[in-house]
Design a protein around this ligand. Sequence first.
Ligand SMILES: NC(=O)c1ccc[n+]([C@@H]2O[C@H](COP(=O)([O-])OP(=O)(O)OC[C@H]3O[C@@H](n4cnc5c(N)ncnc54)[C@H](OP(=O)(O)O)[C@@H]3O)[C@@H](O)[C@H]2O)c1
Length: 329
Amino acid sequence: MSSKIRWGILATGGIAATFTEDLLTLPDAEVVAVGSRTAASARAFADRYGIPCAHGTWADLAADPDVDIVYVATPHHAHREATALCLEAGKPVLCEKAFTLNEPDARYLVDLAEQRGLFLMEAMWMRCNPAILKLAELVADGAIGDVRTVQADFGLAGPFPADGRMRDPNLGGGALLDLGVYPIAFAQLLLGAPDSVAAHALLTPEGVDANTGMLFGYDSGAHATLTCSITSDTAARAYVAGPGGRFELPPVFFRPDHFTLHREGAEPEEFRVPYHGNGMAHEAVEAMRCLREGLTESPLVPWRSTLDVMATMDEIRRQIGVRYPGENA
Ligand SMILES: NC(=O)c1ccc[n+]([C@@H]2O[C@H](COP(=O)([O-])OP(=O)(O)OC[C@H]3O[C@@H](n4cnc5c(N)ncnc54)[C@H](OP(=O)(O)O)[C@@H]3O)[C@@H](O)[C@H]2O)c1
């Protein structure tokens, strides 16, 4: 591996652009190739960012000997295929959220990475955000006592077109996988996988969830109340509370640069934490640290957390009646 980690970008949409912009700010990263379903799209993206190599197929990107790690940024339904292709070609992968359509697909990719001894990480950037890490550390150190309540929401009003990736079931559409994954990952970061889940949703005519409420229960007595929506513009705030006080995260709660501790009888205490670029640089730095240290799994975004979030989303979809094409009854 050269002194710079050489990235390949798979897919050329909105988040691929945002992530690439952040990579270009990192002195120890280099974007050496992009791969797309079409040569024209790969070429346009390469020209836009000065990327030396444009591949017109995912397989060509996966086989590129100059690429150290691939970032997968397709719609959800294609994460499994694209990530497996790269792992089978011997490439480490950072794959966008939601990691796959369901837990069995996520398990398949984790097993593949484990068998091949390759690095694999869900691009759950929230778990690499320095403010979130600080908050989790303070909570673990008992700053507010045992966590009793987590609340988080993420909703966008749209409107989103029925054939776009936010709504099309063939692309893994719906509020849950795209937006709900953040409140869920936040609750599970602080409280772990829930002991019980209850969900309620409005579905779109296409049969994906449009507006979803979730209640997680824990045997400890804690609970989390979470919402996601592609039909309403929610505040995108979060808080975590216990007997000793409450941490509040401002919008957008999963990419904060500060948060506040409220305690009975005390002035609010603000914590400010450095933030880099579009906020995606932190996950790239973590992936590169893991590669350099020969890790297959990031301690910040462990496979267990990805699998647990996918399993929770499977249970929520079972309750609200959302099934993606090709999934068994
Ligand atoms: N971390 C974040 O903050 C964040 C924000 C937004 C989205 N995301 C995640 O990033 C992923 C992509 O989202 P996006 O907003 O970038 O989507 P997007 O703008 O629609 O781009 C997705 C790209 O995937 C490729 N693609 C489109 N349709 C496809 C299909 N049917 N099969 C395979 N590939 C297809 C296209 O690239 P080519 O034409 O080059 O093939 C397209 O440009 C999703 O997993 C999403 O949840 C993350």
